[in-house]
Design a protein around this ligand. Sequence first.
Ligand code: AHG
Ligand code: MN
Ligand code: MN
Length: 351
Amino acid sequence: MSKAQTFGEFIMDRQAEFPFVSGQLTRLLTDIGVAAKIVNQQVNRAGLTSILGASGNTNIQNEQQQKLDVFADDTFMRILSAGKSVCGIGSEEREDFVLCGESGEGRTGKYIVLIDPLDGSSNIDVNVSIGTIFSIVRRITPMGEPLSEADFLQPGTAQVAAGYILYGSSTMLLCTTGSGVNGFTLDPAVGEFFLSHPAMTFPNRGNTYSINDAVKAKSNSATQAFVDGCREAVDAGFRGRYIGSLVADFHRNLIHGGIYLYPSTTDKPQGKLRLLYECAPLAWIAEQAGGLAVDDSGRIMDKVPESLHDRSPYYVGIRHLVEGLQACRLAPEDAYVANDPAAASGGEHLH
Ligand code: AHG
Ligand code: MN
Ligand code: MN
């Protein structure tokens, strides 16, 4: 009789596939699963406890912190820093990198975690899907030496694992270690993530576009042209869908086929999303699932961050739509793309 594979079993079985085989990475991913279950418990009970609402503090990005933001950040920090495989953590909720280990200098542990502990904070108290995004890179500084800033500021191509947890109608954990994307669904009765979506890929075609409509007018001309084209393609089945939680919007577009845009705007040339713990991990997942992730000039994965909270314009999703957007940057004769995003990939019918 076959038995569903748990997340823990899956990563143990796949350990040999990880680059630079290491029990530490297995341990680290297991810890992420444990922390996710603890956060999930609080997310599920949010309306019953006094945990809803603002914490009264603002984070480094001047955003109002929600109590669940703080709870999620504390939970991941506590569990990951206790696990011995992590030497440093960069979190959306903390101004500076956190160094782990006994000396507090990050001398031990092979891995660095960059994390958005709770993504989609504005959706917490309206009972709409939220998430957690994580990115894992290997330390550059030799073991035994104190960590330096360069250990944290690595491009997306340096990631050894990346993933997200989606606290949605069910709770899912998706991750990649560079050999495809696998999705696990939490069975709350058993308290385990089970492999439910092996080898996930974007569908070949898709017709969903996701953007905060209010920023469109201030966005770059390619975004404006592309979105106008999507709107005009409504009869071809195009539809706008925007939840306002990056993880949830990304996940829907991964399953149904779509593109998510957080563009550069006149007042925010770097857009809103953060490179290290939002854009890069989802870019790797997108690429591993056959999609694309770019900024205004090229591949997100190649961008080298200058600081922990760097932002980046972000366009991610199914390949033909991201390429359609990129084509909007070309000469006016390519403007047909704006009028018919389907034409970006040879004018095939959309499904
Ligand atoms: P966070 O809650 O971690 O700060 O992230 C919010 C992000 C992202 O989840 C979402 O897609 C985007 O901000 C929404 O921004 P707008 O409210 O400008 O649409
Ligand atoms: Mn976020
Ligand atoms: Mn967040």
